[in-house]
Design a protein around this ligand. Sequence first.
Ligand code: NAD
Length: 487
Amino acid sequence: MSKVYQKPTKFQTKLFINGKFVDGALKKTIPVINPATEELICEIAEATEQDVELAIDAAEASFPIWSKLPQRDRTEYLLKLASLLEANKEEFIALESLDNGKPLEGATFDINDVIGHLRYYAGWADKITGKSFSSLDQQIFYTRREPYGVVGLISPWNFPLMMAEWKYAPALAAGNCIVLKPSEVTPLTVLRLCELVNEAGFPPGVFNVVPGYGHVAGVAITHSKRISKISFTGSSFVGRKILEASSQTNLKKVVLELGGKSPVVVFPDADLDKAAEVAWYGCMFNMGQSCDAGTRLFVHEDVYDKLLQKLKEYEQNVVIGDSFEVQNSNHGPLVSKLQFDRVMSYITHAKEVEKLQCFMGGERWGNKGYFIKPTIFINVDDNSKLAREEIFGPVLVVLKPWKTFDEVIKRANDTNYGLAAYAVTQNAGNVEKFVREVKAGSFYINQGALSAHQMPFGGYKESGFGKDNGEEGLLEYTQLKSVYYSL
Ligand code: NAD
Protein backbone atom coordinates (compact mmCIF):
# COMPACT_ATOMS: atom_id res chain seq x y z
CA MET A 1 0.00 0.00 0.00
CA SER A 2 1.65 3.24 -1.04
CA LYS A 3 1.70 6.29 1.20
CA VAL A 4 -0.91 8.99 0.72
CA TYR A 5 0.50 12.52 0.54
CA GLN A 6 -1.46 15.69 1.04
CA LYS A 7 -1.08 18.26 -1.69
CA PRO A 8 0.69 21.25 -0.07
CA THR A 9 -1.34 24.43 0.25
CA LYS A 10 0.98 26.71 2.27
CA PHE A 11 4.17 28.12 0.79
CA GLN A 12 7.07 30.32 1.82
CA THR A 13 7.29 32.88 -0.96
CA LYS A 14 9.74 35.55 0.23
CA LEU A 15 13.43 36.15 -0.19
CA PHE A 16 15.60 35.07 2.73
CA ILE A 17 18.20 37.70 3.59
CA ASN A 18 20.05 38.10 6.88
CA GLY A 19 17.78 35.58 8.59
CA LYS A 20 14.58 37.41 7.60
CA PHE A 21 11.89 36.77 5.01
CA VAL A 22 11.52 39.91 2.92
CA ASP A 23 9.88 41.19 -0.24
CA GLY A 24 12.16 42.11 -3.09
CA ALA A 25 13.25 45.75 -3.27
CA LEU A 26 11.22 46.25 -6.45
CA LYS A 27 8.24 44.24 -5.13
CA LYS A 28 8.19 42.14 -8.27
CA THR A 29 6.95 38.56 -8.27
CA ILE A 30 7.46 35.36 -10.25
CA PRO A 31 4.61 32.89 -10.90
CA VAL A 32 5.24 29.28 -9.90
CA ILE A 33 3.30 26.83 -12.05
CA ASN A 34 2.23 23.27 -11.26
CA PRO A 35 3.54 21.36 -14.30
CA ALA A 36 1.00 18.55 -13.85
CA THR A 37 -2.01 20.86 -14.11
CA GLU A 38 -0.62 24.08 -15.65
CA GLU A 39 -2.26 25.94 -12.74
CA LEU A 40 -0.65 28.67 -10.66
CA ILE A 41 0.69 27.36 -7.33
CA CYS A 42 1.71 30.75 -5.95
CA GLU A 43 3.74 33.86 -6.73
CA ILE A 44 7.15 34.25 -5.11
CA ALA A 45 9.08 37.46 -4.52
CA GLU A 46 11.60 38.16 -7.27
CA ALA A 47 15.14 39.03 -6.22
CA THR A 48 16.75 41.79 -8.28
CA GLU A 49 20.21 43.31 -8.19
CA GLN A 50 19.49 45.40 -5.07
CA ASP A 51 18.40 42.29 -3.17
CA VAL A 52 21.48 40.36 -4.22
CA GLU A 53 23.60 43.26 -2.92
CA LEU A 54 21.78 43.14 0.43
CA ALA A 55 22.30 39.37 0.59
CA ILE A 56 26.01 39.83 -0.07
CA ASP A 57 26.17 42.56 2.63
CA ALA A 58 24.62 40.14 5.11
CA ALA A 59 26.90 37.28 4.12
CA GLU A 60 29.99 39.50 4.34
CA ALA A 61 29.00 40.70 7.78
CA SER A 62 28.46 37.15 9.03
CA PHE A 63 31.60 35.65 7.55
CA PRO A 64 33.93 36.64 10.44
CA ILE A 65 31.50 35.03 12.88
CA TRP A 66 30.79 31.83 10.96
CA SER A 67 34.32 31.19 9.78
CA LYS A 68 35.75 31.62 13.27
CA LEU A 69 33.33 29.29 15.03
CA PRO A 70 34.88 26.12 16.41
CA GLN A 71 34.47 23.69 13.48
CA ARG A 72 32.44 21.36 15.66
CA ASP A 73 29.77 24.07 15.99
CA ARG A 74 29.37 24.17 12.22
CA THR A 75 28.91 20.40 12.32
CA GLU A 76 26.18 20.79 14.91
CA TYR A 77 24.27 23.41 12.88
CA LEU A 78 24.33 21.21 9.78
CA LEU A 79 23.27 18.14 11.77
CA LYS A 80 20.40 20.10 13.30
CA LEU A 81 19.27 21.18 9.85
CA ALA A 82 19.38 17.56 8.66
CA SER A 83 17.29 16.45 11.64
CA LEU A 84 14.72 19.17 11.06
CA LEU A 85 14.48 18.19 7.43
CA GLU A 86 14.00 14.58 8.43
CA ALA A 87 11.27 15.56 10.89
CA ASN A 88 9.47 17.40 8.06
CA LYS A 89 10.37 14.92 5.34
CA GLU A 90 6.88 14.14 4.10
CA GLU A 91 6.06 17.79 3.65
CA PHE A 92 9.25 18.32 1.61
CA ILE A 93 8.57 15.25 -0.54
CA ALA A 94 5.09 16.51 -1.38
CA LEU A 95 6.33 20.06 -2.01
CA GLU A 96 9.13 18.92 -4.34
CA SER A 97 6.73 16.72 -6.25
CA LEU A 98 4.19 19.54 -6.62
CA ASP A 99 6.70 22.16 -7.69
CA ASN A 100 8.83 20.06 -10.04
CA GLY A 101 6.26 17.48 -11.18
CA LYS A 102 8.44 14.51 -10.32
CA PRO A 103 6.59 11.47 -8.96
CA LEU A 104 6.49 11.15 -5.18
CA GLU A 105 8.83 8.18 -5.44
CA GLY A 106 11.46 10.37 -7.13
CA ALA A 107 10.94 13.18 -4.62
CA THR A 108 11.42 10.68 -1.78
CA PHE A 109 14.74 9.65 -3.31
CA ASP A 110 15.81 13.31 -3.51
CA ILE A 111 14.92 14.30 0.04
CA ASN A 112 16.56 11.19 1.52
CA ASP A 113 19.69 12.01 -0.45
CA VAL A 114 19.69 15.57 0.87
CA ILE A 115 19.39 14.45 4.51
CA GLY A 116 22.24 11.94 4.18
CA HIS A 117 24.39 14.37 2.23
CA LEU A 118 23.94 17.11 4.84
CA ARG A 119 25.09 14.68 7.53
CA TYR A 120 28.03 13.61 5.40
CA TYR A 121 29.30 17.18 5.04
CA ALA A 122 28.49 18.03 8.67
CA GLY A 123 31.10 15.43 9.51
CA TRP A 124 33.69 17.14 7.32
CA ALA A 125 33.65 20.53 9.08
CA ASP A 126 36.42 19.57 11.53
CA LYS A 127 38.42 17.43 9.11
CA ILE A 128 39.80 20.10 6.79
CA THR A 129 43.55 19.80 7.01
CA GLY A 130 46.70 21.44 5.71
CA LYS A 131 50.01 19.62 5.28
CA SER A 132 53.42 20.15 6.78
CA PHE A 133 56.66 19.28 5.02
CA SER A 134 60.06 18.24 6.31
CA SER A 135 62.51 21.11 5.89
CA LEU A 136 65.73 22.51 7.31
CA ASP A 137 66.26 23.04 11.04
CA GLN A 138 64.56 26.20 12.24
CA GLN A 139 62.20 26.20 9.27
CA ILE A 140 58.67 24.94 8.88
CA PHE A 141 56.85 24.64 5.57
CA TYR A 142 53.15 24.11 5.74
CA THR A 143 49.88 24.64 3.88
CA ARG A 144 46.65 25.95 5.26
CA ARG A 145 43.13 25.73 3.83
CA GLU A 146 40.75 28.64 4.26
CA PRO A 147 37.20 29.43 3.19
CA TYR A 148 36.71 32.00 0.41
CA GLY A 149 34.28 34.27 2.23
CA VAL A 150 30.99 34.83 0.40
CA VAL A 151 30.28 32.18 -2.22
CA GLY A 152 27.60 32.39 -4.91
CA LEU A 153 25.62 29.22 -5.60
CA ILE A 154 23.34 28.88 -8.63
CA SER A 155 21.24 25.76 -9.02
CA PRO A 156 18.88 24.22 -11.63
CA TRP A 157 15.32 22.90 -11.52
CA ASN A 158 15.75 19.17 -12.13
CA PHE A 159 16.63 18.20 -8.53
CA PRO A 160 15.81 21.50 -6.85
CA LEU A 161 16.57 20.87 -3.18
CA MET A 162 19.30 18.32 -3.91
CA MET A 163 21.35 20.37 -6.37
CA ALA A 164 21.22 23.36 -4.00
CA GLU A 165 22.24 21.24 -1.02
CA TRP A 166 25.12 19.62 -2.90
CA LYS A 167 26.60 23.11 -2.87
CA TYR A 168 25.58 24.86 0.34
CA ALA A 169 26.44 21.92 2.64
CA PRO A 170 30.16 21.72 1.72
CA ALA A 171 30.38 25.52 1.37
CA LEU A 172 29.05 26.05 4.91
CA ALA A 173 31.05 23.16 6.38
CA ALA A 174 34.21 24.81 5.03
CA GLY A 175 33.31 28.09 6.77
CA ASN A 176 31.90 30.17 3.90
CA CYS A 177 28.67 32.20 3.95
CA ILE A 178 26.36 31.68 1.01
CA VAL A 179 24.14 33.56 -1.42
CA LEU A 180 22.07 30.91 -3.15
CA LYS A 181 19.93 31.44 -6.23
CA PRO A 182 17.65 28.46 -6.83
CA SER A 183 16.00 28.06 -10.20
CA GLU A 184 13.08 30.46 -10.66
CA VAL A 185 11.12 27.48 -12.03
CA THR A 186 11.25 25.42 -8.79
CA PRO A 187 12.05 27.62 -5.78
CA LEU A 188 9.60 26.27 -3.20
CA THR A 189 11.56 23.60 -1.30
CA VAL A 190 14.63 25.82 -0.92
CA LEU A 191 12.44 28.67 0.41
CA ARG A 192 10.74 26.35 2.89
CA LEU A 193 14.19 25.12 3.94
CA CYS A 194 15.08 28.68 4.96
CA GLU A 195 12.48 28.41 7.74
CA LEU A 196 14.36 25.37 9.03
CA VAL A 197 17.64 27.27 8.78
CA ASN A 198 16.21 29.77 11.28
CA GLU A 199 14.81 26.99 13.43
CA ALA A 200 18.24 25.37 13.51
CA GLY A 201 19.57 28.69 14.88
CA PHE A 202 22.10 29.55 12.15
CA PRO A 203 23.52 33.05 12.74
CA PRO A 204 21.66 35.52 10.47
CA GLY A 205 23.42 36.23 7.19
CA VAL A 206 25.20 32.89 6.90
CA PHE A 207 22.54 31.45 4.60
CA ASN A 208 20.85 33.80 2.11
CA VAL A 209 18.46 32.84 -0.67
CA VAL A 210 17.60 35.14 -3.59
CA PRO A 211 15.17 33.42 -5.93
CA GLY A 212 15.04 35.29 -9.19
CA TYR A 213 15.63 35.08 -12.90
CA GLY A 214 19.01 34.03 -14.20
CA HIS A 215 19.45 37.15 -16.32
CA VAL A 216 18.70 39.37 -13.29
CA ALA A 217 19.64 37.81 -9.92
CA GLY A 218 21.98 35.25 -11.50
CA VAL A 219 23.84 37.95 -13.41
CA ALA A 220 24.06 40.11 -10.27
CA ILE A 221 25.75 37.25 -8.41
CA THR A 222 28.15 36.36 -11.19
CA HIS A 223 29.15 40.01 -11.72
CA SER A 224 29.67 40.90 -8.06
CA LYS A 225 33.28 41.65 -7.20
CA ARG A 226 32.52 40.77 -3.59
CA ILE A 227 32.03 37.12 -4.47
CA SER A 228 35.22 35.24 -5.24
CA LYS A 229 33.81 31.78 -5.84
CA ILE A 230 30.79 30.58 -7.81
CA SER A 231 29.47 27.06 -7.98
CA PHE A 232 26.98 26.57 -10.79
CA THR A 233 24.91 23.61 -11.96
CA GLY A 234 22.96 24.07 -15.15
CA SER A 235 23.30 24.18 -18.91
CA SER A 236 26.58 24.49 -20.80
CA PHE A 237 25.09 27.60 -22.45
CA VAL A 238 24.76 29.45 -19.13
CA GLY A 239 28.03 27.92 -17.89
CA ARG A 240 29.83 29.84 -20.64
CA LYS A 241 28.15 33.08 -19.54
CA ILE A 242 29.32 32.50 -16.00
CA LEU A 243 32.90 32.09 -17.17
CA GLU A 244 32.57 35.28 -19.22
CA ALA A 245 31.29 37.14 -16.16
CA SER A 246 34.24 35.85 -14.14
CA SER A 247 36.73 36.98 -16.76
CA GLN A 248 35.09 40.42 -17.01
CA THR A 249 35.06 41.05 -13.26
CA ASN A 250 37.35 39.70 -10.53
CA LEU A 251 38.43 36.35 -12.03
CA LYS A 252 36.27 34.57 -9.49
CA LYS A 253 36.93 30.85 -9.25
CA VAL A 254 34.21 28.77 -10.83
CA VAL A 255 32.86 25.23 -10.54
CA LEU A 256 30.71 24.29 -13.52
CA GLU A 257 28.48 21.19 -13.46
CA LEU A 258 26.93 21.24 -16.90
CA GLY A 259 25.04 19.15 -19.41
CA GLY A 260 25.62 15.70 -20.82
CA LYS A 261 24.87 13.25 -23.61
CA SER A 262 26.07 10.10 -21.95
CA PRO A 263 26.60 6.80 -23.81
CA VAL A 264 25.25 3.44 -22.65
CA VAL A 265 27.18 0.56 -24.24
CA VAL A 266 25.64 -2.91 -24.21
CA PHE A 267 28.13 -5.70 -24.93
CA PRO A 268 27.20 -9.01 -26.58
CA ASP A 269 27.89 -10.87 -23.30
CA ALA A 270 25.60 -8.60 -21.26
CA ASP A 271 22.83 -9.90 -19.05
CA LEU A 272 20.04 -8.46 -21.18
CA ASP A 273 17.56 -8.05 -18.33
CA LYS A 274 20.15 -5.92 -16.58
CA ALA A 275 20.95 -4.08 -19.81
CA ALA A 276 17.29 -3.21 -20.38
CA GLU A 277 16.97 -1.93 -16.81
CA VAL A 278 20.09 0.22 -17.14
CA ALA A 279 19.02 1.55 -20.54
CA TRP A 280 15.47 2.33 -19.46
CA TYR A 281 16.09 4.00 -16.13
CA GLY A 282 19.37 5.47 -17.33
CA CYS A 283 17.30 7.65 -19.64
CA MET A 284 13.74 7.77 -18.28
CA PHE A 285 14.51 8.43 -14.59
CA ASN A 286 13.22 11.91 -13.65
CA MET A 287 11.55 12.03 -17.10
CA GLY A 288 14.96 12.28 -18.72
CA GLN A 289 15.76 15.50 -16.88
CA SER A 290 19.02 14.25 -15.37
CA CYS A 291 22.37 15.65 -16.40
CA ASP A 292 23.98 12.20 -16.35
CA ALA A 293 21.11 10.46 -18.17
CA GLY A 294 22.23 7.72 -20.54
CA THR A 295 20.65 9.12 -23.67
CA ARG A 296 22.73 7.46 -26.41
CA LEU A 297 22.26 3.70 -26.41
CA PHE A 298 24.86 1.65 -28.31
CA VAL A 299 23.88 -2.04 -28.57
CA HIS A 300 26.03 -4.75 -30.11
CA GLU A 301 24.54 -6.16 -33.31
CA ASP A 302 24.16 -9.67 -31.82
CA VAL A 303 21.75 -8.52 -29.11
CA TYR A 304 20.16 -5.43 -30.69
CA ASP A 305 16.71 -6.84 -31.49
CA LYS A 306 16.45 -8.80 -28.26
CA LEU A 307 17.23 -5.72 -26.17
CA LEU A 308 14.66 -3.62 -28.00
CA GLN A 309 11.99 -6.21 -27.21
CA LYS A 310 12.90 -6.05 -23.54
CA LEU A 311 12.54 -2.25 -23.58
CA LYS A 312 8.96 -2.76 -24.78
CA GLU A 313 8.25 -4.64 -21.55
CA TYR A 314 9.30 -1.55 -19.57
CA GLU A 315 6.87 0.59 -21.52
CA GLN A 316 4.03 -1.56 -20.18
CA ASN A 317 4.93 -0.70 -16.58
CA VAL A 318 4.82 3.05 -17.07
CA VAL A 319 2.11 4.79 -15.03
CA ILE A 320 1.80 8.37 -16.22
CA GLY A 321 0.06 11.10 -14.26
CA ASP A 322 -0.06 13.71 -11.55
CA SER A 323 1.25 12.05 -8.36
CA PHE A 324 -1.52 13.66 -6.35
CA GLU A 325 -4.21 12.19 -8.63
CA VAL A 326 -2.81 8.94 -9.98
CA GLN A 327 -1.69 6.45 -7.38
CA ASN A 328 1.76 4.99 -8.07
CA SER A 329 2.48 7.33 -10.94
CA ASN A 330 6.08 6.72 -12.00
CA HIS A 331 6.25 9.17 -14.89
CA GLY A 332 5.36 12.80 -14.26
CA PRO A 333 5.26 15.90 -16.44
CA LEU A 334 8.29 17.82 -17.65
CA VAL A 335 9.07 20.73 -15.40
CA SER A 336 7.68 23.62 -17.47
CA LYS A 337 6.02 24.69 -20.69
CA LEU A 338 9.40 25.85 -21.97
CA GLN A 339 10.95 22.44 -21.39
CA PHE A 340 7.89 20.65 -22.80
CA ASP A 341 8.04 22.72 -25.99
CA ARG A 342 11.77 22.18 -26.29
CA VAL A 343 11.51 18.40 -26.01
CA MET A 344 8.49 18.24 -28.34
CA SER A 345 10.45 20.23 -30.92
CA TYR A 346 13.14 17.49 -30.94
CA ILE A 347 10.46 14.82 -31.37
CA THR A 348 8.86 16.76 -34.23
CA HIS A 349 12.25 17.27 -35.85
CA ALA A 350 12.99 13.53 -35.53
CA LYS A 351 9.74 12.55 -37.17
CA GLU A 352 9.32 15.25 -39.78
CA VAL A 353 12.81 16.31 -40.76
CA GLU A 354 15.05 13.30 -40.10
CA LYS A 355 12.21 10.73 -40.52
CA LEU A 356 13.62 8.67 -37.66
CA GLN A 357 11.99 5.39 -36.73
CA CYS A 358 9.89 5.93 -33.59
CA PHE A 359 9.90 2.70 -31.58
CA MET A 360 7.61 3.96 -28.82
CA GLY A 361 6.01 7.15 -27.52
CA GLY A 362 6.78 10.20 -29.56
CA GLU A 363 3.80 12.21 -28.34
CA ARG A 364 2.21 14.17 -25.57
CA TRP A 365 0.16 12.32 -22.94
CA GLY A 366 -3.24 13.81 -22.05
CA ASN A 367 -4.31 17.35 -22.82
CA LYS A 368 -3.41 19.04 -19.55
CA GLY A 369 0.03 19.21 -17.95
CA TYR A 370 3.42 18.88 -19.58
CA PHE A 371 3.46 15.09 -19.94
CA ILE A 372 5.43 13.39 -22.72
CA LYS A 373 5.31 9.61 -23.14
CA PRO A 374 8.60 7.72 -22.81
CA THR A 375 9.99 7.92 -26.33
CA ILE A 376 12.55 5.81 -28.16
CA PHE A 377 13.96 6.33 -31.64
CA ILE A 378 15.93 3.43 -33.14
CA ASN A 379 18.56 2.89 -35.84
CA VAL A 380 19.63 6.48 -35.42
CA ASP A 381 22.71 7.80 -37.18
CA ASP A 382 25.49 9.19 -34.96
CA ASN A 383 25.18 12.55 -36.72
CA SER A 384 21.48 12.98 -35.99
CA LYS A 385 20.59 16.16 -34.11
CA LEU A 386 18.94 13.92 -31.53
CA ALA A 387 22.16 11.97 -31.02
CA ARG A 388 24.29 15.09 -30.62
CA GLU A 389 22.28 17.58 -28.55
CA GLU A 390 21.15 17.34 -24.94
CA ILE A 391 17.35 16.97 -25.12
CA PHE A 392 16.70 16.77 -21.38
CA GLY A 393 13.45 14.84 -21.69
CA PRO A 394 12.27 11.22 -21.86
CA VAL A 395 13.79 10.59 -25.28
CA LEU A 396 16.18 7.67 -25.73
CA VAL A 397 18.17 7.47 -28.94
CA VAL A 398 19.25 3.96 -29.95
CA LEU A 399 22.15 4.31 -32.36
CA LYS A 400 22.88 1.94 -35.23
CA PRO A 401 24.25 -1.38 -33.86
CA TRP A 402 27.97 -1.65 -33.19
CA LYS A 403 30.35 -4.41 -34.27
CA THR A 404 33.79 -3.86 -32.71
CA PHE A 405 34.96 -2.53 -29.35
CA ASP A 406 37.28 0.07 -30.86
CA GLU A 407 34.48 1.32 -33.08
CA VAL A 408 32.04 1.77 -30.18
CA ILE A 409 34.61 3.56 -28.02
CA LYS A 410 35.23 6.01 -30.84
CA ARG A 411 31.50 6.54 -31.32
CA ALA A 412 30.84 6.89 -27.57
CA ASN A 413 33.54 9.58 -27.39
CA ASP A 414 32.15 11.43 -30.41
CA THR A 415 30.39 14.11 -28.37
CA ASN A 416 31.28 17.47 -26.88
CA TYR A 417 30.05 16.28 -23.50
CA GLY A 418 31.73 13.97 -20.98
CA LEU A 419 29.64 13.73 -17.84
CA ALA A 420 28.97 10.00 -17.49
CA ALA A 421 29.21 6.67 -19.31
CA TYR A 422 27.43 3.36 -18.77
CA ALA A 423 28.45 -0.16 -19.79
CA VAL A 424 26.73 -3.51 -19.41
CA THR A 425 29.04 -6.51 -19.71
CA GLN A 426 30.16 -9.54 -17.71
CA ASN A 427 33.80 -9.20 -18.77
CA ALA A 428 36.16 -7.32 -16.44
CA GLY A 429 38.60 -6.75 -19.29
CA ASN A 430 35.89 -4.91 -21.21
CA VAL A 431 35.21 -2.75 -18.16
CA GLU A 432 38.86 -1.85 -17.72
CA LYS A 433 39.29 -0.76 -21.32
CA PHE A 434 35.96 1.08 -21.34
CA VAL A 435 36.80 3.10 -18.22
CA ARG A 436 40.30 3.83 -19.49
CA GLU A 437 39.32 4.99 -22.96
CA VAL A 438 35.96 6.71 -22.62
CA LYS A 439 36.24 10.39 -21.70
CA ALA A 440 33.76 10.96 -18.89
CA GLY A 441 33.67 11.87 -15.21
CA SER A 442 31.43 9.09 -13.81
CA PHE A 443 31.07 5.44 -14.85
CA TYR A 444 28.13 3.21 -14.09
CA ILE A 445 28.93 -0.42 -14.84
CA ASN A 446 26.06 -2.92 -14.82
CA GLN A 447 23.94 -0.43 -12.94
CA GLY A 448 22.08 2.82 -13.24
CA ALA A 449 23.35 6.20 -12.14
CA LEU A 450 24.04 6.61 -8.47
CA SER A 451 25.41 9.42 -6.35
CA ALA A 452 27.22 8.21 -3.27
CA HIS A 453 28.04 11.19 -1.05
CA GLN A 454 31.72 10.25 -0.91
CA MET A 455 32.15 9.93 -4.68
CA PRO A 456 33.23 13.08 -6.54
CA PHE A 457 30.88 14.08 -9.36
CA GLY A 458 31.74 16.27 -12.32
CA GLY A 459 32.41 16.24 -16.00
CA TYR A 460 35.05 15.98 -18.68
CA LYS A 461 35.01 18.19 -21.80
CA GLU A 462 32.05 20.59 -22.11
CA SER A 463 30.27 18.96 -19.18
CA GLY A 464 32.25 21.33 -16.99
CA PHE A 465 35.00 21.30 -14.42
CA GLY A 466 35.39 21.07 -10.69
CA LYS A 467 33.57 18.56 -8.51
CA ASP A 468 30.53 18.22 -6.31
CA ASN A 469 30.54 15.58 -3.53
CA GLY A 470 33.25 13.77 -1.67
CA GLU A 471 36.34 15.39 -0.21
CA GLU A 472 37.05 16.99 -3.59
CA GLY A 473 33.63 18.70 -3.45
CA LEU A 474 34.49 20.12 -0.03
CA LEU A 475 37.90 21.39 -1.09
CA GLU A 476 36.29 23.39 -3.91
CA TYR A 477 35.12 25.76 -1.20
CA THR A 478 38.58 26.27 0.27
CA GLN A 479 41.65 28.12 -0.95
CA LEU A 480 45.18 27.13 -0.13
CA LYS A 481 48.02 29.12 1.42
CA SER A 482 51.66 27.91 1.39
CA VAL A 483 53.69 29.11 4.36
CA TYR A 484 57.53 29.16 4.63
CA TYR A 485 58.32 29.86 8.25
CA SER A 486 61.82 30.47 9.70
CA LEU A 487 61.75 30.14 13.44
P1 NAD B 1 20.00 26.70 -16.85
O1 NAD B 1 21.42 26.76 -17.22
O2 NAD B 1 18.99 27.29 -17.74
O3 NAD B 1 19.76 27.39 -15.42
C1 NAD B 1 20.49 26.99 -14.28
C2 NAD B 1 20.48 28.12 -13.28
O4 NAD B 1 21.20 29.22 -13.84
C3 NAD B 1 19.09 28.66 -12.94
O5 NAD B 1 19.06 29.00 -11.57
C4 NAD B 1 19.00 29.91 -13.81
O6 NAD B 1 18.12 30.88 -13.32
C5 NAD B 1 20.44 30.41 -13.76
N1 NAD B 1 20.82 31.28 -14.87
C6 NAD B 1 20.28 31.36 -16.12
N2 NAD B 1 20.93 32.31 -16.85
C7 NAD B 1 21.89 32.82 -16.05
C8 NAD B 1 22.89 33.82 -16.22
N3 NAD B 1 23.03 34.46 -17.38
N4 NAD B 1 23.72 34.09 -15.20
C9 NAD B 1 23.61 33.43 -14.03
N5 NAD B 1 22.68 32.48 -13.79
C10 NAD B 1 21.83 32.18 -14.79
O7 NAD B 1 19.72 25.15 -16.55
P2 NAD B 1 18.35 24.45 -16.16
O8 NAD B 1 17.50 24.47 -17.39
O9 NAD B 1 17.82 25.01 -14.89
O10 NAD B 1 18.84 22.96 -15.86
C11 NAD B 1 19.06 22.03 -16.84
C12 NAD B 1 20.53 21.95 -17.21
O11 NAD B 1 21.30 21.70 -16.03
C13 NAD B 1 20.85 20.82 -18.14
O12 NAD B 1 21.74 21.23 -19.15
C14 NAD B 1 21.51 19.79 -17.24
O13 NAD B 1 22.34 18.89 -17.91
C15 NAD B 1 22.23 20.65 -16.28
N6 NAD B 1 22.51 19.93 -15.03
C16 NAD B 1 23.80 19.56 -14.77
C17 NAD B 1 24.10 18.84 -13.62
C18 NAD B 1 25.52 18.42 -13.30
O14 NAD B 1 25.81 18.12 -12.14
N7 NAD B 1 26.42 18.39 -14.26
C19 NAD B 1 23.09 18.52 -12.71
C20 NAD B 1 21.79 18.92 -13.01
C21 NAD B 1 21.52 19.64 -14.17
